[in-house]
Design a protein around this ligand. Structure first.
Ligand code: NAD
Length: 438
């Protein structure tokens, strides 16, 4: 199959490289010429485990090419995937479909009749209908429009793409269904479940999935607050409920609140869809409010551990990316934490294994350290914000020796209190017994 992928970001590049690895011939298109120039020179625009090797191998085989020219990408393609960003629109939180519609107008001029346009971007219910309308306006009627939402997780994107829990295809005609089944045939042979639905159902399925995961996270975060009030341990509660097959163990890690490029914007966009449809979604609305509140309150937690005031204090921050194994800083909990600390007069020294280049433009007035121990050096407290593997095996005695204040605030519950205390640290986790004042 010849495939064009419009948008070569976290989703487009991973999907394009994986499709090429399945044996398809893929052209990745992006209007950002620096990304395309970089890819031609073998430089990845994002940090994602395994991506560089996969891209290079398939580019060398001639199955994966890059261009800024939509004509070159789309002209010969049997399927054109749209994987451009759908950020939250300023003001109301609706999914901003400007990039999607712009891409459709561009591809409409070159796509051949009988081909398929597929939205891989997360788009609200009804977007496929609007895409059909734009294609009609541009004089292109014989093109199928399908929805194929993407469920990959940054940090495990290639494995997720190649071994998905399911593939959802929303198609309104046999042609779109056949083309997508053919594209995903290697996974189908691997027994990945393919769910064929109506297009609107597929569009909504993606939002429902992200909203449900966000609910799970906020739920355990609120249970963590309750644990702190009644002297219980949220880690054990999470395990105790997660072992129940009806609940499942994933997304039950209490922490500083969810961030990233998807959950925050997708939950809010779902609420906008519901509002437009005149249907209340009280659970998701509460989840959004609980999470926003939580992210902002993390600074108070740090303040409390430091005796009520961080002014003049030095804080080491471990981890800036919104989660481990990515350099993505979009909506990362580290942003309100670091900004809040700086606003309150603290000095911050932060270390992240890969996200520094993305974090620097977002976080002014702080120092960036070269490793975890350097971030802790001379600090009054060290705060684990992102649970990178390398922060799971720190030499806590060395951390304690570098620190001035001997306080470890573990917002990801990476350590056991007893280990931290044995190393001479005062430990503050999330939801692990009654919160003591400093
Ligand atoms: P991204 O910002 O990393 O990439 C989008 C790319 O599209 C950018 O490189 C941009 O330059 C390019 N672009 C925009 N308009 C274009 C046009 N007209 N022609 C060519 N290129 C254009 O975004 P992302 O994180 O890959 O997300 C893409 C979509 O996938 C979003 O809808 C997102 O919600 C969804 N999604 C993301 C993830 C994730 O983990 N990042 C997971 C599942 C779904």
């Amino acid at each position: 199959m010849r495939i064009a992928m419009i948008g070569t970001g976290y989703v487009g590049l991973v999907s394009g490289a994986c499709f090429a690895d399945f044996g398809h011939s893929v052209t990745c298109v992006d209007k950002d010429s620096s990304k395309i120039d970089g890819l031609h020179a073998g430089v990845m625009p994002i940090w994602e485990p395994g991506l560089e090797a996969l891209v290079k191998a398939n580019a060398e085989r001639g199955r994966l090419t890059f261009t800024t020219d939509v004509v070159e990408g789309v002209e010969e393609a049997e399927a054109v995937f749209i994987a451009v960003g759908t950020p939250a629109r300023r003001g109301d939180g609706h999914a901003d479909l400007t990039y999607v519609f712009e891409a459709v107008r561009e591809l409409a001029k070159v796509i051949k009749p009988g081909k398929v346009v597929v939205t891989k971007s997360t788009v609200p219910v009804g977007t496929g209908d609007k895409i059909e309308e734009i294609l009609r306006q541009e004089g292109m009627t014989d093109v199928s429009v399908a929805s194929n939402p993407e469920f990959l997780r940054e940090g495990a994107a290639i494995a997720d793409f190649k071994h998905p829990d399911r593939i959802v295809v929303g198609a309104e005609d046999g042609r779109a269904e056949e083309v997508l089944k053919e594209i995903y045939r290697p996974l189908f042979l691997n027994r990945a479940p393919i769910l064929i639905t109506g297009r609107r159902t597929a569009e909504l399925t993606k939002y429902a999935a992200n909203a449900f995961l966000a609910v799970k996270i906020s739920f355990i975060n609120e249970i963590a607050d309750l644990c702190e009030a009644v002297d219980a341990d949220v880690q054990d509660v999470a395990r105790g409920i997660g072992l129940d097959n009806r609940i499942g163990p994933k997304f039950l890690h209490a922490g500083p609140g969810y961030g990233g490029s998807c959950f925050p914007k997708d939950t809010v966009a779902l609420l906008q869809t519901a509002d437009g449809a005149g249907v209340e979604q009280r659970i998701v609305a509460t989840t959004v409010a609980v999470n926003d509140d939580r992210k902002n309150k993390m600074v108070e937690r740090i303040e409390k551990a430091l005796g009520g005031n961080v002014g003049g204090k030095r804080i080491g921050i471990l981890g800036l990316a919104f989660k481990p194994n990515t350099d993505d800083m979009r909506e990362a909990p580290s942003i309100p934490i670091v900004k809040g600390l700086v606003e309150r007069g603290a000095s911050v020294s932060a270390f992240d294994p890969v996200a520094r280049h993305q974090a620097e433009p977002l976080l002014s007035g702080i120092e960036f350290a070269d490793d975890a121990y350097a971030a802790a050096d001379g600090a009054d407290a060290v705060v684990i914000v992102t649970e990178w593997d390398e922060f799971r095996a720190l030499d806590l005695e060395r951390v304690a020796a570098s620190l001035r204040g001997k306080i470890l605030i573990d917002l990801r519950n990476v350590y056991d209190r007893s280990d931290a205390e044995a190393a001479g640290l005062t430990y503050y986790g999330i939801g692990r017994g009654r919160l003591q004042d400093a």
